[in-house]
Design a protein around this ligand. Sequence first.
Ligand SMILES: [Zn+2]
Length: 107
Amino acid sequence: MAIISCPFCQHQISDKSRVCNQCDGDIGAMSNEQIASKHRVLKIKKNQSIQVQTFMALLLFVGGFSLWYWEDKPGESWLSLGGQGLIVVGFIWYIVNRARLIFNKRR
Ligand SMILES: [Zn+2]
């Protein structure tokens, strides 16, 4: 018995089970090729969502930077502090998403 991930919901299931116990997806009715193509589509979709999040992280970073940059009294107002917070969050989020993108490509 081997553990595979469900082509519908990615839940870990046994390759002997014909129906996913997580989402009730009918795996038994699918050919290996259909399952493989389902996995490909899921992977592409995941890739796209990571790319959207990477873009949003960049926007956060740039937005935070402009808040911080255009504020008259840097380091004092909540606007400047908020900007610095956004820079940090955007930067970390960006790095995390780049790592997820690489990890997703390798699988
Ligand atoms: Zn499932």
